[in-house]
Design a protein around this ligand. Structure first.
Ligand code: GTP
Length: 404
C-alpha cells in the first residue's frame, strides 16, 4: 500500500516537473540548456510509473514492455539533457525512437528465451549500468566541462550513485527470490520508492538552481563585455581591476590606444568593414599584451590596456610594440586592397586603486590628445614630469624618469 502511494506521488512529481522543465526551456529560447530533454525524460519516466500502477503485479504484459522501454528512454533523455546543458550538441528524438523499439524487441526475445524474471533482471542491470556511466562521466567532467560546478556535480553524482546501488540490490533480490521480490509490500520496494520520491523532489529544484547559476554568470559576463570584440567594457574593466588591485604592491599603468582617422575607414569601406578592422586590431592587441594584462574597449575606436606591475620602461615597450604591430599588419582586404591603420597611444602614470583609475584615464587621455595633435601614430606619456626623449614616431627604447 505504502509503495503504491509512493509510486503515485512519484508520477505526480515527475509529470508536474516535466511541465516546469518544458516551460523553462521555452522561456530560454534557443539556448534551452537541456531543459527540453529533461522534460522528455520526466514525461517518459512519469508515464512508465503510471503504467506500472495500471499493470498490477510484475509479470508479462505489453504494458510492462512499454513501461520498461520508457524507463530506459528516460535515462537516455536525461543523459542528452546533461550533454546539452554542458554545451554539447546531441540529438534526442531518433535515438529515443530507436532505443524504445530496440529495447522492446530485446524484452520480447529475453522473455521468450529466458522467462519473465530475466526481463526484470535485464532492466535492473541496464539501469545500474546507465547510472554508473553517468556518475563516471560526471566525475571525469569535474576537471573539464563541469569545472565551474564542482559542488553541484559532486552532490548530483552522489545522488545518482544511490539509485545505481539500489538497482544492483534489486537485481540481486530478483536473482535470489524471483518476481515476488518486486511485490509492492516488500520492504525493499518501499525503500526503493522512498529514495526515488526523494530524488524526484530534490533533483528538479537542483537543476533549476544550476540553470539559474549559469544564466546569471552569462548575464554578468554579457554586462561586462563589448559584444563586437568580446573585450571587457568599462564596467568589466573596473570589476576586473578591483580584484587585481587588491593584491599588495599591485601598481598598474594604463595605456589608452586610439585608432587614427578611423572615420575614413568607415567612410571608404563601409561600417561593416570598419567592424572587421576593429576586430583585427583587437587580435593584434591580444597578441601583444601579457597574460596578466587587461584589455578593454572603452568605446568606439578607443581601447585600453591595463598592465599590473609594469614599470615605465615596460609600459613604453608595450606601447611601442602595439603601435608598430598595428601599423605593420594588413587588417583587412577589400576587393584586393589592403586596409591598414595606425594607432596613437597615451600612457598614464602609475596608479594603485580604483579611485586613481579615473585620474589615470584622464592622464592617458591628455597624452592621447597630445599624440593626436602631434601627428598621430605616436606614443605619449601622461605624466607631465615624465618626458620621454623625442624619437620621431614614438619613443622606442627611451627610458623614463617615472617608475612604479
Ligand atoms: N565600424 C564601426 N565604427 C565605429 C564604431 N564605433 C565608433 N565608430 C566610428 O569611429 C569613428 C570615430 O571617429 P572620430 O572620433 O572622428 O575619430 P577618428 O576618425 O578615428 O580620428 P582621430 O581619432 O582623431 O584620429 C566614427 O566614424 C564612428 O562612427 C563601431 O563599433 N564600428
Amino acid at each position: 500500500m505504502i509503495a503504491t502511494l509512493l509510486v503515485g506521488m512519484l508520477c505526480v512529481y515527475l509529470l508536474s516537473f516535466a511541465v516546469m522543465f518544458l516551460l523553462i526551456g521555452r522561456r530560454l529560447g534557443a539556448g534551452k540548456m537541456g531543459m527540453d530533454a529533461f522534460a522528455v525524460g520526466n514525461l517518459a519516466l512519469g508515464i512508465a510509473y503510471v503504467l506500472q500502477l495500471l499493470e498490477g503485479p510484475a509479470g508479462w504484459s505489453w504494458m510492462g514492455v512499454v513501461n520498461h522501454s520508457l524507463t530506459l528512454c528516460a535515462l537516455l533523455a536525461y543523459s542528452v539533457g546533461g550533454l546539452r546543458f554542458f554545451g554539447r550538441q546531441a540529438p534526442l528524438l531518433w535515438p529515443l525512437a530507436a532505443l524504445a523499439l530496440g529495447y522492446a524487441l530485446v524484452q520480447i526475445t529475453v522473455e521468450w528465451a529466458l522467462g519473465p524474471v530475466a526481463r526484470y533482471v535485464v532492466l535492473a542491470a541496464m539501469c545500474a549500468l546507465c547510472f554508473a556511466g553517468m556518475v563516471v562521466v560526471l566525475l571525469a567532467g569535474l576537471r573539464t566541462f563541469a569545472r565551474d560546478l564542482r559542488g553541484e556535480v559532486l552532490l548530483f553524482a552522489t545522488l545518482i550513485s544511490g539509485i545505481c546501488v539500489l538497482n544492483v540490490l534489486k537485481l540481486v533480490k530478483l536473482l535470489a527470490g524471483g518476481l515476488p521480490a518486486l511485490g509492492m509490500d516488500d520492504q525493499f520496494q518501499v525503500v526503493f520508492y522512498v529514495y526515488m520520491c526523494s530524488l524526484a523532489t530534490v533533483i528538479p529544484p537542483f537543476i533549476v538552481w544550476v540553470v539559474l547559476r549559469r544564466l546569471t554568470d552569462k548575464l554578468r559576463d554579457m554586462a561586462a563585455r563589448d559584444p563586437l570584440t568580446q573585450l571587457l567594457n568599462r564596467r568589466g574593466l573596473t570589476e576586473a581591476l578591483d580584484a587585481r588591485l587588491r593584491r599588495p604592491n599591485a601598481g598598474a599603468r594604463l595605456l589608452l590606444i586610439d585608432v587614427d582617422h578611423f572615420k575614413h575607414v568607415n567612410d571608404r569601406y563601409g561600417h561593416h568593414a570598419g567592424d572587421a578592422v576593429l576586430c583585427a586590431i583587437v587580435d593584434v592587441l591580444r597578441g601583444a599584451v601579457g597574460t596578466d594584462d587587461l584589455l578593454c574597449r572603452m568605446g568606439g575606436e578607443e581601447f585600453a590596456a591595463v598592465c599590473p606591475g609594469a614599470d615605465a620602461a615596460t609600459a613604453l615597450r608595450l606601447a611601442e610594440h602595439i603601435r608598430i604591430a598595428v601599423a605593420s599588419t594588413v587588417l583587412l582586404q577589400v576587393a584586393g586592397e589592403a586596409v591598414r591603420c595606425t594607432v596613437t597611444v597615451g600612457i598614464s602614470r602609475c596608479f594603485d586603486d580604483d579611485a586613481s583609475l579615473v585620474g589615470a584615464m584622464q592622464d592617458a587621455d591628455a597624452a592621447l590628445y597630445r599624440g593626436k595633435n602631434a601627428g598621430r601614430n605616436r606614443v605619449e606619456w601622461g605624466d607631465a614630469t615624465a618626458r620621454v626623449p623625442a624619437g620621431g614616431e614614438g619613443a622606442l627604447g627611451a627610458q623614463s624618469a617615472v617608475e612604479c
